[in-house]
Design a protein around this ligand. Structure first.
Ligand code: PEP
Length: 250
């Protein structure tokens, strides 16, 4: 099964956290098939987390990759390095990277190519700001982000998109589920019609997903899963969200 419920741990974690999280998650997760679940810990903990998840088929990924394969780029981590550690995916173009680290759609495009070259599935994040949302520009902004990101990366064998309105991240606010559904439908249409050589697997929603709102989101036909920040730090709540997904969609 492809990735549907993905944890973005951001700048959080420790070895102790990994142990406790896995214990809490395992106690509450109902399913036997873990393959739709992914975790993106900080790079430093990828190896440790992989070793303790043992034979559970939870997918591990990174929160970012560099746009180059090798070179004089102090502090960076490449797609081939995370692949070497057994990562199957990487988040690319998260709004925090766009805002705090000035990542442009052109940089993101190069990262998509790096991921593809190394058989790492990119989870490309796109989303509009509060102002863009209020001025009814959501569709235009997303279309622009898609077109610029894929202009030079138009042959990706596998891709996941996460629609993450910037104003919904960590705020407790979300668009209403029907709005999210129609945005996802538009994203699928734009990618499939303009970039037919891209293997778009799914469109996840991200932004203040929690156990309480999960079912209203997963009931939407075009919501194929979720990218989860804050609520993913609690192994129990993350498991409960994955259970809701499994009940409604699997
Ligand atoms: C995120 O940052 O990718 C995210 C979805 O965060 P949160 O769930 O905390 O809104």
């Amino acid at each position: 099964m492809s990735l549907c419920i993905v944890a973005n741990w951001k700048l959080n974690g420790s070895r102790e956290f990994n142990y406790q999280w896995l214990l809490d998650f395992s106690k509450s997760f109902n399913g036997e098939d873990f393959s739709s679940v992914g975790i993106a810990p900080a790079y430093l903990y990828i190896d440790h987390l992989k070793s303790i998840i043992a034979d559970r088929d939870i997918k591990i990924g990174a929160q970012n990759i560099d746009l180059e394969e090798t070179g004089a780029r102090t502090g960076e981590i490449s797609a081939s390095m995370i692949k070497d550690l057994g990562c199957e995916f990487s988040i690319i173009g998260h709004s925090e990277r766009r805002i705090l680290f000035h990542e442009t759609n052109q940089i993101i495009s190069q990262k998509l190519i790096q991921a593809n070259n190394n058989s790492v599935i990119p989870i490309l994040c796109i989303g509009e700001s509060a102002e863009e949302n209020q001025s009814n520009n959501t569709f235009n902004v997303l279309e622009q982000q898609i077109i610029e990101a894929f202009e030079n990366a138009n042959e990706l064998s596998s891709l996941i998109i996460a629609y993450e309105p910037v104003w919904a991240i960590g705020s407790g606010k979300t668009p209403n589920p029907e709005e999210i559904n129609s945005v996802h439908e538009m994203i699928k249409d734009v990618v499939q019609s303009r970039f037919p050589k891209i293997g778009l697997e799914s469109v996840l929603y991200g932004g203040s997903v929690n156990f309480k709102n999960a079912s209203s989101l997963f009931e939407q036909k075009n919501v194929d899963g979720a990218l989860i920040g804050g609520a993913s730090l609690d192994g129990r709540e993350f498991a409960l969200i994955a259970n809701v997904f499994n009940e409604l969609r699997v």
